[in-house]
Design a protein around this ligand. Structure first.
Ligand SMILES: [Zn+2]
Length: 203
């Protein structure tokens, strides 16, 4: 398998927040950072924004479950994933004049991982070949909770993306193999293999 031509490891090592210390993270997570430091350090801001996204998504579904029931909250999470996947990957393909398939999807994954802060950028860069894309990550900005404990809402959200959202806009899409995932209770991270039909197989 190979990576896209732009896949320079220095883009990841030099990314804002990748070199943050544990104390930096704790100051954001515990809301003890000084305002003057927060407002002058893009790395802290980017991490804080990612944490806000992460917490908000899971708290939204947990609140929905409290006010309705588990089935409703999971259905909303799945549907949101489906819509999010179709809208974002659909726009990425259409606006760049791409049809789909492993090479395009590898770049879409890198693009998504690169724009959501230091927890997500570690998934760069995806590997791909003629019929698949492999994404490995030790951390995921959508995962909120304790590592080793499943997050059923994020599991449903992600499942919506790759079983309904992405396939609806990529004619070469086949299926996804999800070896392990933080949201399923893995402690080590996520490994997703996205499988595609060969160009000549139709689609
Ligand atoms: Zn995952």
């Amino acid at each position: 398998m190979k990576r896209r031509e732009y896949a320079d490891p220095e883009l990841v090592s030099g990314y804002p927040g990748v070199g943050m210390t544990e104390e930096d993270r704790r100051k954001i997570d515990e809301s003890t950072v000084e305002l003057s430091e927060l407002m002058t350090r893009p790395d802290l801001l980017l991490y804080a924004t990612g944490q806000a996204l992460s917490a908000t998504v899971t708290r939204f579904f947990a609140t929905l479950e409290e006010l309705t029931d588990e089935e409703t909250a999971l259905r909303v999470a799945y549907q949101m994933g489906a819509k999010h996947g179709a809208a974002n990957y659909g726009a990425f393909l259409a606006n760049r004049g791409l049809r789909g398939g492993p090479k395009a999807f590898a770049e879409y994954q890198d693009y998504g991982h690169a724009q959501r802060g230091p927890r997500h950028v570690g998934a760069c860069f995806a590997e791909y070949d003629e019929t698949s894309v492999l994404v490995k990550r030790r951390d995921c900005v959508y995962f909120w909770g304790t590592r080793g404990e499943p997050n059923k809402f994020i599991e449903a959200l992600e499942r919506g993306m790759y079983t309904e959202g992405y396939p609806s806009v990529d004619p070469l899409w086949s299926h996804t193999e999800n070896a392990h995932c933080l949201c399923k209770g893995s402690t080590k991270g996520c490994e997703h293999r996205f499988v595609f039909k060969k160009e000549s197989d139709g689609g």
